[in-house]
Design a protein around this ligand. Sequence first.
Ligand SMILES: NC(=O)c1ccc[n+]([C@@H]2O[C@H](COP(=O)([O-])OP(=O)(O)OC[C@H]3O[C@@H](n4cnc5c(N)ncnc54)[C@H](OP(=O)(O)O)[C@@H]3O)[C@@H](O)[C@H]2O)c1
Length: 277
Amino acid sequence: MKQNGGVMSFAGSTALVTGASKGIGAAYARELASRGADVVLVARSADTLERLAEELRSAHGVRVEVIAADLSDRDGPCQVDDELRRRGIEVDLLVNNAGAGSIGPFFERPFDAQLANVDLNITGLVTLTHRLGARMRERGGGGIINLSSTAAFQPLAYQAVYAATKAFVLSFSEALAEELAGTGVRVMAAHPGAVATGFLDGTTAKISHAADSPATIAARTLDDFARGRHASYPGSWFYRVQTWAGRVLPRRRAAALGAVLNRKLGFDHVSDVEPAR
Ligand SMILES: NC(=O)c1ccc[n+]([C@@H]2O[C@H](COP(=O)([O-])OP(=O)(O)OC[C@H]3O[C@@H](n4cnc5c(N)ncnc54)[C@H](OP(=O)(O)O)[C@@H]3O)[C@@H](O)[C@H]2O)c1
């Protein structure tokens, strides 16, 4: 990634986006390709990724590679890295976007799904960062953007596991950014509020009507990274304001407030629904 008057340019670099088949990840892939980056698309849905790859190649003339992998599986991130080496691809920018979160009371939602969220949001992210980040450090340059959330800043009842995984991503990203200072490798966490994606599909929970668009979130995150920011709040201003409560209130009060807000959203009464056909 080249510097251009203090602002980084993505043109000519290679970016790997996880969770690129839909939602915010697909928006990152589109935005990066439109800014001239070659892109590696990673998710489980190979056919959807191939369709997006074709769209990006013909719209922007960039190189687009597809690697289908389950990142909640311990071997998934390693398979991605092995495939990158086999194809001779060096990644300049890793966008750890893939993530999932169960909504509803902890003891009333399927446990395996919640554990898979931990595997994806934490173990998958840490493993890919370790594998790809090590080579960036050796080369003396590169970038890592980790998708956290405004959910990272306080405990959230009825999203207990999800919010805790995002708090991990926040803490991990900030610590790693310090460790890597001066190496040429930058780490930035991004904290969107609600975004209009299929994140809650398959449940009775609904994304807020005030949700931002994935395209806006992607463009603002990349602008923040290009300007050298350590954190990105790419959503509407009121989502950033919501993160202040967790910083100024005693933790018990912040947790109680989170529970009240999530009850207002009906997250204490979530069940599964048949997927739309
Ligand atoms: N939407 C929001 O309101 C919101 C707010 C703040 C932060 N975020 C964060 O933003 C990120 C993207 O969320 P989103 O709303 O775009 O979600 P989404 O629409 O549900 O998309 C999730 C993406 O992750 C991929 N994925 C899911 N499980 C995977 C697995 N086991 N292995 C590999 N890929 C997997 C999915 O593709 P496949 O199904 O094809 O694998 C899909 O491409 C997440 O980290 C989320 O926590 C979202």
